[in-house]
Design a protein around this ligand. Sequence first.
Ligand SMILES: [Fe+2]
Ligand SMILES: [Fe+2]
Length: 322
Amino acid sequence: MALESKKIGYDEVIVRDLKFDLTDTTVNTHWFNNDPWSSHFMTAVLAVVPEAERWVLRSAREQMAKISDPAIKKAARDFIHQERIHAREHDIMNSILVKKGLPIDRFEEGFKKRRLWFQNKLSVEMQGAIAASFEHFTAVLSSAFLENPDVFEDTDPEIVSFLYWHFVEETEHKSVSFDVFVEACGGGSRAYFTRSIGMVLGTAIGASLLFSNLYMLVKEDKQLLNVKSALVMSYCVLIKPAILSKMLYHTPRYFLPNFHPWDDDNRNVIQPWKKEYDKSNDTHKAFIALKNWVLDRKNSGNKNLDNKKEAHSLTQPLHAVG
Ligand SMILES: [Fe+2]
Ligand SMILES: [Fe+2]
């Protein structure tokens, strides 16, 4: 097994085939706290989710033949299953937004063309490296929201429970795509340089899609001059939950030769959601449990939500670190 692979967290990956009540009434154009710019920023991200999910799951499937480690193989299968369900549910949300007049179908078509072009031109290895970079982005984005569940105060509860189910599962499997790539690539300096190039390509693809989607959404909604809403979005992406700030902080670390997704061990923050969901099968209650846990921690002055010792005590027995 490649030295970079650490099997921390594989026990966390659980497939939950959930369906959400996403309808014309629960999903509105300005669905994120009724704010135009923030909603369009989030929609610009969600617009690429189904295609990105299909790319990463296809990439894992194509690398599967080169994986000999049974633990990584099993985690990869569960990862593929999780991502397929995520894509299905996000397709529903996106199709509702299309019905509301947002041009997400055009964005998806454009991304699909790019994906197919890359799939024809790039090796399976390089696509595996791009997939690992995408999974790094989703893990960072998920951690930003998991640590700040109070930012959804004015968002429909069904959308909130839908998104938090996805944030939890993205955290559960945040190392799988990386480990699959490293294992299939054989580790060492070859894997390091390939994944570094993959991160550069992944950043270029992700950033260009995000900002062009955002511009088109804001423009077509005639919100370009809504400065107040632009400031609300700026606060959201830079201060709290600080999606872009976190991305800028965590992405350079990806270029360290010994980087691994579980260096940022945040398993503790998903445990309240998982425990409540296991008990009640209710994603709404699970979100409330997570939110209460985070707010209790913040109120008691313990802002370190990445406490590794606590993460170990809260989770199932771990696999050995490879
Ligand atoms: Fe996903
Ligand atoms: Fe994922």
